[in-house]
Design a protein around this ligand. Structure first.
Ligand SMILES: [Ca+2]
Ligand SMILES: [Ca+2]
Ligand SMILES: [Ca+2]
Ligand SMILES: [Ca+2]
Length: 307
């Protein structure tokens, strides 16, 4: 009887572990245990304000403390811990998922978010933000939030192709909010991309332009991106994330991977990440790595079991 009960409990425990490993992260702005270890941790203090409000929606500073991801069931779940100041500062995301793309941003990309993508690109004089060597962006997303009137907070997101020869299509994905399931309304969002924010972090890096440590933060911006919206990558791919000013016009020192103790970078068109030490992007493992090797979920479950 005792042995049977122990066997039964063991089987039940294994089922719990299996389901925890397989469960999709919940889009709510809080980092799920199933994300596992960080893919990038911030190493730079923030020059865009160290938020101390502790509110789910409003924040008085921006920082990117860490990047966490899972690829599961055809979806990239991406968790960027930190804050996005609710003054319409921007989170910028670039995805290098397929062959070709742009290592230096052109000036004739799709007009999204008040032409914000092209605000970082070539103004006709041959400038334009330049990525690390080998990073050739294929897709772009941006997220922003602030007062939509009456003291209410709104979150907004846009998406665009970044084609080798420019042009292509862009979309306003819609409006969401803080602490939601990420649903975006009123836009053109055929792949059902979801994004939300929990802006309540008061830890992570502090204010300044020296070295910082963004480890141990559990809230921020969380996205669910159908892989079809970013070129349906079958293998590993690279992502970079940074904070930009309200007009996509002033690059913060909040970049993942980090800058290693630099001041805000300023005019995006003059920024050249290949000239900044370290890799200002991070790598998302292939979907098969999450499914077969148990990256993230099983490791996190194992840690919990040992405690
Ligand atoms: Ca979550
Ligand atoms: Ca590419
Ligand atoms: Ca902070
Ligand atoms: Ca670099």
């Amino acid at each position: 009887m005792t042995i049977a009960r122990q066997v039964g409990m063991t089987a039940a425990g294994m089922l719990v572990i299996a389901s925890a490993a397989m469960a999709d992260p919940i889009i709510d702005g809080t980092r799920d245990g199933s994300y596992g270890s960080a893919l990038a941790i911030q190493n730079n203090q923030t020059g865009f304000g160290d938020s101390n409000l502790g509110l789910i929606d409003w924040a008085n500073g921006s920082e990117l403390d860490g990047a966490y991801a899972r690829v599961q069931n055809g979806t990239l779940y991406l968790m960027l811990t930190g804050n996005l100041e609710s003054n319409y500062n921007k989170l910028e995301l670039f995805f290098d998922t397929t062959a070709g793309g742009q290592n230096q941003l052109r000036g004739d990309n799709p007009d999204v978010d008040f032409n914000g993508l092209n605000r970082m690109g070539n103004d006709g004089s041959g400038n334009g933000m330049r990525f690390d060597n080998g990073f050739e962006a294929d897709f772009y997303m941006t997220v922003t939030g602030g007062d939509i009137g009456g003291g209410n907070y709104g979150l907004f997101s846009n998406w665009a192709q970044v084609l080798t020869g420019g042009g292509g299509i862009g979309r306003y994905l819609g409006q969401g909010g803080a602490g939601t399931d990420g649903t975006l309304n009123g836009g053109d969002n055929p792949d059902g991309i979801r994004v939300t924010i929990n802006n309540s972090n008061t830890g992570g890096v502090d204010g300044g332009n020296g070295l910082g440590n963004g480890d141990g933060v559990f809230t921020g911006i969380e996205l669910a991106i159908n892989l079809n919206a970013i070129g349906a990558p079958a293998g590993s791919f690279n992502v970079m994330a940074f904070i930009n000013g309200g007009g996509h016009d002033y690059l913060a020192n909040q970049v993942l991977g980090g800058l290693g103790g630099l001041d805000n970078l300023g005019e995006p068109r003059f920024v050249d990440f290949s000239q900044i030490d370290g890799l200002q992007y991070f790598t998302i493992p292939a979907p098969s790595a999450f499914a077969l090797l148990g990256l993230g979920g099983i490791a996190a479950t194992s840690r919990r079991r040992r405690i």
